[in-house]
Design a protein around this ligand. Sequence first.
Ligand code: ADP
Ligand code: ASP
Ligand code: MG
Length: 401
Amino acid sequence: MAIIVQKYGGTSVGSIDKMKEIAKRVIDQRDKGNDVVVVVSAMGKSTDRLVEMAKEISQNPCKRELDMLLSTGEQVSISLLSMIFKEQGYDSISLTGFQAGIKTEGLHTKNRVAEINIDIIEKHLTEGKIVVVAGFQGMNENGDITTLGRGGSDTTAVALAAKLNCTCEIYTDVEGIYGVDPRVYPNAKKLDYISYEEMMELSSLGAGVMETRAVEIGFKYDIPIYVALNKGNIKGTYIKEYDENMEQKVITGLTSTDDVLMITINNVLYNSKNIATIFDRLSQSNVNVDMISQTAPKDGYVNVSFTTSRDDIGIVHNVINELKKEMEDIEIHVESNITKISVVGIGMMNQSGVAAKVFKIFADNDIEFKQVTTSEISISYTIDSRDKGKAITIIAKEFDL
Ligand code: ADP
Ligand code: ASP
Ligand code: MG
């Protein structure tokens, strides 16, 4: 008899009928004698609807109240799912994050799991119950309800599996992890395995299929994560420790994000104090700067470009209006039709020339790139969004993704 954590995301619990379908999968495991902890997200797109309601009141609603609001979505799913189990003759209990012993720390709407007291879940499992836990939420040291960041039910699931030292299965609306999001590039190939490192990189660069922190926890506690479709028995993808038997590719995956705002500040009088001031103001306003580039000084002036999330457009405008008052010469351009394309692969550590190959692909296909950044296992390029489809298709074909 084993313990299994199964997580079902929004689409998997989008209606009562869908909940009944996933209940069958859970019951299957229960009938085999396994103890199951089910982690669920809010129904369908209900979290988005809650966010929209809050935005009708304020563009920057109080984060504590936002957490209070957003956490309600998951409570709807856990109670309904637990009712379904009971109706089918299986003892079950639904638990909010706090009731499941999940303590968190950090900023509201971006909390981290600090500690889990697993006693409560273990007690219910010992009593033979199917335990249904609300994903994405916990409680902080002040006793306030918190959330773990969008997509955070994955984190709840992996953190519970780590604490229970058991298998973690993530069921979703695709058959596993693909080299490219199959909704963006339908010819993408499904992977049997992907290393924690590559998945973390892909997630942090925009692949929404797994939440980055969830993969980090899997990596830290060596909990393999199985990602698969929420129905049937089609083989999914294991996220696990890298080993030599995994398919050897230079690039394992590609991800893209359109959520990019690129700001170019021309004519910045070149001294390090000015550059520091720009980024200091952005940081003080909590603008998360991603890529940065700067031209070589010419006649004592430089041009500085950086990218950030489109969500920050309002704050960025405020910051640059303030900067303009202090640095009279500067000219500012804001571009929002930008896509960031990132390629990821552990193989890059031992093989050079990947960036050059992608540069050539862009050059051969008249795709202009604006900025490039690299990490040990990834390279990211910003391009005009109109070239996105072309760029993805050509890179995917070239690298067999
Ligand atoms: P859930 O509600 O189950 O958490 P998500 O919407 O968060 O589901 O994640 C599943 C989605 O992730 C898929 O529908 C797919 O479009 C997207 N996705 C992004 N990148 C990938 C990838 N590399 N492989 C598979 N799916 C991906
Ligand atoms: N319901 C939350 C969200 O939409 C958490 C999750 O789905 O994982 O972000
Ligand atoms: Mg998700």
